[in-house]
Design a protein around this ligand. Sequence first.
Ligand code: ISE
Length: 336
Amino acid sequence: MSIRIAIIGAGIMGADHARIVAEDLPGANLQVVCDASPERARKVAQAFGATDAATDPLETIRRSDVDALVIASPDETHAPLSLAAIEAGKPVLCEKPLSQSAKECLGVIEAEVERGRRFVQLGFMRRFDPSYRDMKAALDDGSLGRAIMMHNFHRNVEAPANFTGQMAITNSAPHEFDVSRFVLGADHTAISVFQPGGVDASKTGAPVFMVLETDRGQLVNVEINNNAAYGYDVRGELVCEKGSIFLNVPATTRQNGALMAFERYASDWRPRFAEAYRLQDKAFLHFVRTAEFPAVAADVWDGYCTALVAEAGVKALKEGRRVTITRAEKPSLYDR
Ligand code: ISE
């Protein structure tokens, strides 16, 4: 029987998940597209042939013709809607971040622990990206020795109107917080945040530069520049004792002309991470079918760890000092 999926939130990511469910996930049916705006819900539902459109997320979660949810509504709704899905006993693929508050993440952890199983897969899709997966595999095979540093660049073309330096830490950088934990198999213990001279942290797209420390002694740096102008550009290099591993950006062509060769940049993250999103959503479908949590996917414990780093990062930026990070005890449900 096909799995009936409802998408909550029909913005840029909700529409992308609707497309993947409708066109790229055999065995899934795009059942409902729900959005606070009825026009937007209808438009995305029509574009991808959903059975229905709706405006109330809680009603949508409880519908008897919905087996699983994709939550792609605004960040502050992720934890409350995940809780409602857990309450309804339905698996969820929830976009990142789970919450900007580590305490709120603990509430979701508690709800899963009470029910004795995981329901929420978090949308940290870079864990499924072939280039990060190869980076991790190369580290894990041991031939390059111990990892000592990880460099990360994350650039968007233009920041949305409300995007401050603080949001760079709470909305963009969680990808690097999560993927560095995933690749290194380590937890972050401290964060320092810097901004280039003359930058006003409250301004749209203000860049931030972070240095994180891990419990294995590694250093991780993260540049977030949401006003890079030239294209969507995510880069990373893992430096090990005997060599390094650099992420190659997938490019289908290289153009030559006027004594130059060049490759195209995407205008946002969807083309760069298209395969990661597809593999992530495919893993979610398998999770819904079998209740076996996908081996590489992020769960709510990972979401909590990331929220702790983001909270510490915001504090480090505000107070201009290094902030240490301590975690609650991990419930055994999240042991891998
Ligand atoms: C956005 O919310 C995303 O999740 C994108 O993947 C990321 O590149 C962008 O910086 C975020 O704002």
